[in-house]
Write a protein that binds this ligand. Structure first.
Ligand SMILES: [Fe+2]
Length: 271
């Protein structure tokens, strides 16, 4: 076997072991949630969980207007990021500019799910206010198939507009966050380094191996999605209309919140 191949497998395994050691050493007691085993079990086995009707249509409408307002507010100060297709538009740290977005940022239920899945304390680094529009040649939210990391990563996402197959739904390979599957995926995709980005052809090989694990999360406005984004995932290219969503980015409490906010180029509140 190619030595690069073996090195990549060892490096990825090591990244996971290092993370597990940190989790063990820094373990803190958390509030145990009762009655949400379905969500936690789904996250553990599949890497995602879906909660319908989390927000009402009225609230979704108000939040869509807030996202447009926040994007306009930052269109000239460097905090609005737009992809090269003019499709994917993002403001990180949007809770600074909107009381309504701050409600999602501070939501205790979301943090409780994050912590119960993780098994220790976490913090929400920021809320991303995202809108993606159907522009020519766009490749979808997140710019193609990827893993956010080679070990545990956690996000809460709320769709604020109806997401059909044409509106750039979230796609995920079920179970690809689990160590054994992640190693198998490397072999299937013939990955010989620590890359976290993958071509459509490589992902097709994973789907061909077991197509039942390929999931497209179409849903109504107001649907909440929890995801371990160390899974293989991508936003589907958007063919029609738009998709509005908010994302919370949770991290273990041993991380530094200000460092994370700098990393994401979050909006800085000017006093
Ligand atoms: Fe991602």
């Amino acid at each position: 076997m190619d030595t690069n191949y073996i090195k990549a497998i060892i490096d990825m395994s090591q990244a996971r072991v290092d993370f597990e050691q940190k989790r063990f050493v820094n373990k803190q007691p958390i509030n145990k949630l009762v009655g949400y085993d379905t969500i936690i079990d789904s996250l553990k086995t599949k890497g995602y969980a879906v909660v319908e009707n989390f927000y009402s249509e009225q609230k979704c409408r108000a939040l869509r207007a807030e996202i447009d307002r926040v994007h306009k507010l930052h269109e000239n100060d460097g905090f609005l990021w737009v992809d090269k297709y003019g499709a994917d538009k993002r403001v990180f740290g949007a809770e600074v500019d909107s009381d309504l977005i701050r409600e999602f940022y501070k939501d205790e239920f979301l943090l409780d799910i994050a912590q119960n899945y993780f098994g220790s304390t976490m913090f929400n680094s920021n809320t991303l206010a995202a809108r993606i529009d159907a522009t020519p040649y766009n490749i979808g939210s997140g710019q193609g198939w990827h893993r956010d990391a080679h070990h545990f990563q956690f996000k809460a996402i709320v769709y604020l507009s109806d997401v059909t197959i044409d509106n750039g739904p979230f796609q995920i390979i079920e179970g690809s966050h689990r160590s054994g599957n992640a190693l198998r995926n490397m072999v299937t995709m013939d990955i010989k380094d620590m890359t976290t980005r993958y071509t459509d052809e490589q992902i097709q090989k994973v789907i061909d191996e077991d197509s039942s694990k390929y999931r497209v999360l179409t849903a109504k406005a107001g649907t909440l999605v929890f995801a371990d984004t160390s899974s293989l995932h991508a936003g589907m290219p958007i063919k029609e209309g738009y998709r509005y969503s908010l994302f919370n980015y949770y991290y273990p409490s041993w991380e530094n919140k200000e460092d994370k906010r700098r990393y994401f180029n979050c909006v800085v509140k000017v006093k």
